[in-house]
Design a protein around this ligand. Structure first.
Ligand SMILES: Nc1ncnc2c1ncn2[C@@H]1O[C@H](COP(=O)(O)OP(=O)(O)OP(=O)(O)O)[C@@H](O)[C@H]1O
Ligand SMILES: [Mg+2]
Length: 372
């Protein structure tokens, strides 16, 4: 689906913004501090119920306001249509409505419209901890395997219970057994689906990285499932039982999975330059969009914040070329559109251009010419 209309209330400096007739490629440009990233943040809120800039909602809500809201109209093939609204307030509460019905889980919201973000901190996918990488992997599996969410929720419930029992001191293997059994069943499934997805990811990622950065040495993607690969999850849990009991939590399992990007035998996060890291992350995230579209026939919305930063003109052009060929709706920000216009095929005639200044968004109706 694609976002056709967007209404934003009290997100950072965007007091009240309404944008109609959004196109396939939407460029938000303007001086620093105008509100460009806040537009992307609002779209992301609509898809994920949270910000990509802050783990808390308070900094996102306009100063002096109790809450913020975003409303969007999505339209897809064969007349499919969805009206999505999200309201967040300072207490952290989340209210989501899809076509007038209140929904209670963020996964049901995320299912409506998959979204991917490429922004200044995206390199943290390589340099940061495993949580982000698991989230990245799970995003992909969740959108292509409809049974994944159920298995994941069950697994979460089991591990919480098991850990709570472990925390309460002396415990026998028999008392843990009911939780361990369900944990094993759901955990093995999660791993199986992750592995299947990962195999696809390796192939698509390699092809994309070759296009985006042909000069980079071969990059290897490795998946770690979270326990000894020679053991079943059941056997691994049994062998770690003594230390689980001693330390009061479950040490192994899919909750410890990770992926690594390895370049010439070294960790890509510590070896590559910032620009190279950005290209690798772009290839990873573009690969996810490509897999989604080939496996499910749906495209995700790409939010791209300040693409030219860290990238030289040629790499920027290559990313634009791949992005424009994905057949996905894109929201992209920049300070000066001239660079993007030169890099993005057909943007001067087919792109929707919006000027953002002091929290106000104005559509630019005139046709943009390269180097205008
Ligand atoms: N909670 C808030 N309430 C009101 N204004 C805020 C809040 N948080 C941030 N701002 C302001 O919102 C403005 C828009 O920030 P935003 O990051 O969207 O700008 P931008 O156009 O992306 O700028 P840049 O080109 O520097 O990336 C900034 O001036 C910022 O100071
Ligand atoms: Mg910005």
């Amino acid at each position: 689906m694609a976002l056709k209309r967007l209404d934003i209330t009290a997100v950072r400096n965007l007091k009240q913004v309404s944008v109609r007739n959004l196109g396939v490629t939407n460029v938000f440009f303007g001086e620093n501090g105008g509100g460009k990233t806040s537009i992307l943040e609002s779209v992301y809120l609509l898809g994920m119920a949270r910000s990509f800039r802050s783990s808390q909602i308070k900094p996102v809500i306009q100063h002096g306001m109790q809450g913020c809201s975003v409303f969007g109209e999505l339209a897809g093939k064969n007349g499919r249509h969805a009206a999505v609204g999200i309201t967040r307030d300072r207490t952290g509460s989340v209210k989501i409505k899809v076509n007038g019905d209140a929904i209670t889980t963020v996964s049901a919201l995320a299912e409506q419209q998959p979204m991917q973000i490429l922004h200044a901190q995206s390199f943290e996918l390589l340099t940061g901890g495993p949580i982000e990488r698991r989230r990245f992997l799970d995003w992909g599996v969740f959108h292509v395997e409809h049974r994944y969410q159920k298995a994941w929720s069950l697994f979460q419930r089991c591990i919480k219970q098991r850990n709570s029992l472990l925390r309460h001191g002396k415990i026998s293997a028999g008392e843990l057994e009911p939780w361990s059994q369900q944990l094993v069943q759901s955990g093995e499934k999660i791993d199986e689906w992750r592995q299947a997805y990962f195999a696809e990811l390796i192939a698509v990622f390699s092809g994309l990285l070759k296009r985006l950065a042909p000069e980079l040495p071969l990059m290897e993607l490795r998946y770690r499932r979270g326990w000894d690969k020679k053991l079943t999850l059941q056997a691994a849990l049994e062998s770690s039982l003594a230390s689980d009991i001693e330390q009061g939590y479950t040490h192994i399992g899919p909750q410890r999975a990770d992926i690594r990007v390895v370049c010439d035998g070294h960790d890509a996060g510590s070896m590559l330059s910032r620009g190279q890291q950005k290209l690798v992350v772009c290839a990873l995230k573009l690969a996810q969009g490509q897999i989604l579209s080939s496996q499910k026939g749906t495209s995700c919305i790409y939010l791209v914040d300040d693409l030219p930063s860290e990238l030289d003109a040629e790499h920027c052009r290559l990313v634009c070329e791949v992005l424009s060929g994905l057949n996905a709706q894109v929201f992209i920000t920049c300070v000066d559109p001239a660079e993007l216009l030169a890099s993005w095929p057909g943007l001067d005639v087919g792109g929707s251009m919006f000027h953002v200044e002091q929290g106000q968004v104005t559509r630019q109706e005139q046709e943009y010419k390269i180097n205008s």
